[in-house]
Design a protein around this ligand. Structure first.
Ligand code: URA
Length: 251
C-alpha cells in the first residue's frame, strides 16, 4: 500500500449496550429496558432489536414503539424543581446538599446556570455541553421568569424601574418585564444571568426579596413538578429549547 491509499483501518465506533442507551434517556432500569427490547418494541435503524444488541449511540436511530428516543442518544436533559437549601453545583467541598444528588448519578450531568441556595424552582441539568453553553451565554438572551415575594408593596414607579433598568454595582440591568401578581408578589422576566440579579434588582427598588422561585427557563415551565423532583424533558421541549438558542448573532 502506498501513502496515498490512506489508513488501513478506521477507529471502530464506541458501541454501547442498547439497554444502557435506553436507561440513560429515561426508560427505567436496565432490566426494564431489556423487557422493552424482549417485547420487540425497540428498533435500531428501523429493524427490531434483539437482547444484547450493541449500538453506536452517536449514529444509531433508536426508537421505542416507533418513536425516536431522542435527538442524540447518550445525552440527557433533566428539569428539576430545586428546593431551597440545595446548592447549585456538581460538587460541594463543604458537604452541603447539592442539586446533582436529586437526579440519577449516571450519566453525570451538570447544572445549566445557577440558582442561589435560597432560590427555588426550575433548573435544567444535562451532559450536553453545547446546549448548556448556549443557554447560559448572555448573547443568546434566554428568558428566565421569576416570582418574587418581596417586602412591602412595590409602586408603579418601582415596577417601571424594574422594567426599564436599575443601577446595580456591576452596571445597569437590561430591560425586563415586571408585573404584580399580588400586592407583594412580583413576576419578573429577565434575559441576563448576573449573580443574584433578581434579589439585587428588587433590593435596589426598595423591596428586598423574601422568597424567590424560578418559574420558567426559555420555553420550559412546569407547575406540577413537586419541589425536589425532576423529570426528563420531552422531545418537544428539547426541540423548543434548541430553537430558542439557534442561530443567534454575536456568539
Ligand atoms: N436571581 C437571583 O437573585 N437569584 C437566583 O437564584 C436567580 C436569579
Amino acid at each position: 500500500m502506498t501513502e496515498h491509499e490512506g489508513p488501513v483501518s478506521q477507529e471502530p465506533a464506541e458501541e454501547v449496550r442498547l439497554q444502557k442507551v435506553l436507561a440513560r434517556v429515561g426508560f427505567g432500569s436496565r432490566r426494564k429496558c431489556d423487557d422493552l427490547i424482549a417485547a420487540g418494541r425497540v428498533t435500531v435503524n428501523g429493524e427490531v432489536a434483539v437482547l444484547g444488541r450493541r449500538v453506536d449511540p452517536e449514529s444509531a436511530l433508536v426508537a421505542v414503539d416507533g418513536a425516536p428516543i431522542g435527538v442524540r442518544p447518550g445525552l440527557v436533559y433533566y428539569l428539576l424543581n430545586k428546593p431551597a437549601g440545595v446548592v447549585t453545583t456538581a460538587d460541594d467541598p463543604q458537604g452541603r446538599p447539592i442539586v446533582v444528588d436529586l437526579v440519577p448519578d449516571e450519566p453525570r450531568v451538570f447544572p445549566v446556570g445557577r440558582l442561589d441556595a435560597d432560590t427555588e424552582g426550575l433548573l435544567l441539568l444535562t451532559n450536553d455541553g453545547e446546549l448548556a453553553h448556549r443557554l447560559t451565554h448572555p448573547s443568546y438572551g434566554v428568558e428566565k421568569e421569576y416570582v418574587a415575594e418581596v417586602d412591602g408593596e412595590p409602586s408603579r414607579a418601582a415596577l417601571r424601574s424594574l422594567r426599564e433598568g436599575v443601577e446595580l454595582d456591576d452596571g445597569m440591568t437590561a430591560e425586563a418585564r415586571a408585573s404584580l401578581m399580588d400586592p407583594s408578589v412580583v413576576k419578573l422576566t429577565i434575559h441576563e444571568g448576573r449573580n443574584r440579579q433578581v434579589r439585587r434588582m428588587c433590593e435596589a427598588v426598595g423591596h428586598p426579596v423574601v422568597r424567590l422561585v424560578r418559574t420558567r427557563v426559555g420555553p420550559i415551565a412546569d407547575r406540577s413538578l413537586a419541589p425536589g423532583s425532576f423529570r426528563e424533558l420531552t422531545v418537544e421541549e428539547l426541540r423548543s429549547l434548541e430553537q430558542a438558542v439557534a442561530d443567534k448573532p454575536g456568539r
